[in-house]
Design a protein around this ligand. Structure first.
Ligand code: GDP
Ligand code: IMO
Ligand code: MG
Length: 423
């Protein structure tokens, strides 16, 4: 059976966690394929909010298996905190949570290296979540990394020491002020590793292959968004993994011809957290309203998210590189009350009008060209059927579907599981 993918089409935080949770009842296995605790996936049900960082968003469903794939990077300390939260909710993950032996481990010194690298960049910093993501993927591709499977070896602590010592020398090389007590960080790390080791480590690509063969349904859950992809995002202001559809093949061991539906998630407007270009960013009342009504604060770092209009040039690009087959539009409720809405349909790029996403979208090169739409004032959060949606919103949806040549099959009208309209 083919593997379906769900991924973000913008700069992350589109609402992936919510939709994975909503869709989990249709799947046997939910599998995260990349990223790590830089992600913050929010789920809301029964009046309670849950934020997951590394653990797949299907974990609250008793009958689903949740797999952390080889493409993910795991910080045992943060992972343990996530498990502690699940324990508080009496979630039984002992048999339903599986971890790939090939997933890489974030060491405390990776986090320190992330901080040192950012400090050394000054104003040009990426705005990293400081979770050690970049340095861990660098060690992976540099063939120095530590993997989950290494924890089963008797000499894993010696391997750890050698790598951590090397990192300390690298931190010195950056020559920046960062305060840390490595002994304290290591005590916490070693304790968390023991907790991690109590979970099931598996050869996940074999597991996924056999599950497919047995007709099990699998949903691959992405983290971040397409514009943060290491290859196709707004480099260097990106994350260090392939967040796009191809990342699911390498991050789980799924062959390209085994991919089924590709669900692309986007907000009805745009947000970004961290540094980097954002052509449709708003610095006015409208942007402030989106931030306020949409509660736009990072689920991982708490930083305010930058807000702006929907960027169709970027969205079309994301649909293309991912092969999106179905779109899901999130946070439509946040736009209620705007007299008019704008959508960027082209860029003025170095004086020329273009409709494709160019190499460089820095503000000196790109000026967005907008199409304006009538707004709506109805409160959408109480609506549960497509037929109830206001005409202006239906017109907005119809325009996007036509421009993106892809159906919008879910319209989300609130953070709760139930606030989801299927079309
Ligand atoms: P993710 O990283 O893609 O899983 O998204 P985040 O959880 O970081 O950010 C999405 C935020 O929007 C969370 O606070 C969600 O609870 C919230 N959210 C999701 N869908 C909707 C929606 O349709 N309307 C509103 N108002 N909030 C939503
Ligand atoms: P989810 O899965 C939004 C951003 C950071 C920074 C850049 C690099 O919740 O959508 P990193 O820590 O990866 O080195 O940071 O990427 N970023 C995210 N922004 N949502 C995320 O994940 C993000 N993960 C990383 O803000 O700009
Ligand atoms: Mg998030």
């Amino acid at each position: 059976m083919a593997v379906d993918l769900l991924l973000g089409l913008q700069w992350g935080d589109e609402g992936k966690g919510k939709i994975v949770d909503v869709l989990t009842s249709k799947y046997n296995i939910i599998a995260r394929f990349q990223g790590g605790p830089n992600a913050g996936h929010t789920l809301v049900f029964n009046g309670k909010k849950h934020v997951l960082h590394t653990i797949p968003s299907g974990i609250f469903h008793d009958d689903a298996t949740n797999l952390v794939g080889n493409g993910v990077v795991i910080d045992p300390v943060i992972f343990k905190k996530e498990l502690d939260k699940l324990d508080e909710q009496n979630v039984n993950y002992k048999t339903s949570l599986l971890i790939s032996r090939k997933a890489h481990i974030i060491l405390p010194t990776h986090r320190l290296l992330d901080a040192a690298s950012e400090a050394s960049k000054g104003k040009a910093k990426i705005g990293s979540t400081l979770k050690g993501i970049g340095p861990t993927y660098m060690d992976k591709t540099g063939r120095n990394g530590m993997r989950v499977g290494d924890l089963e070896l008797s000499d894993w602590k010696e391997r750890y020491r050698a790598l951590a010592d090397k990192h300390e020398a690298m931190i010195d090389f950056y020559n920046v002020e960062i305060q840390y007590d490595l002994a304290e960080l290591e005590a916490e790390f070693f304790e968390a590793v023991e907790v991690l080791k109590s979970l099931q480590f598996i050869d996940s690509e074999e597991y996924v292959f056999q599950a497919q063969k047995a007709g099990k349904s699998i949903l691959a859950e992405g983290a971040q968004g397409s514009l943060l992809d290491i290859d196709f995002g707004t480099y260097p202001f990106v994350t260090s993994s392939n967040t796009t559809a191809a990342g699911a093949c390498t991050g789980l061991g799924v062959a390209p011809n085994q991919i089924g539906e590709v669900f692309g998630i986007f907000k009805a407007y745009t947000t970004r957290v961290g540094s980097g270009p954002f052509p449709t960013e708003l610095f006015d009342e409208d942007g402030a309203t989106m931030a306020k009504v949409g509660h736009e604060f990072g689920a991982t770092t708490g930083r305010p998210r930058r807000c702006g209009w929907l960027d169709l040039v970027a969205l079309k690009y994301a649909c293309q590189v991912n092969g999106v087959t179905q779109l899901m539009m999130m946070k439509a409720d946040v736009l209620s009350g705007f007299k008019s809405l704008k959508v960027c349909t082209a860029y003025k790029y170095k004086g020329e009008v273009i409709e494709h996403f160019p190499y460089n979208i820095e503000p000196e090169n790109v000026e967005p060209i907008y199409t304006e739409f009538e707004g709506w004032s109805e409160d959408l959060t109480k609506m549960s059927d497509y037929s109830e949606l206001p005409k202006a919103l239906n017109d907005y949806i119809a325009f996007l579907e036509k421009a993106l040549e892809t159906p919008i099959t879910i319209v989300s009208v609130g953070p709760d599981r139930k606030e989801t309209i299927f079309r």
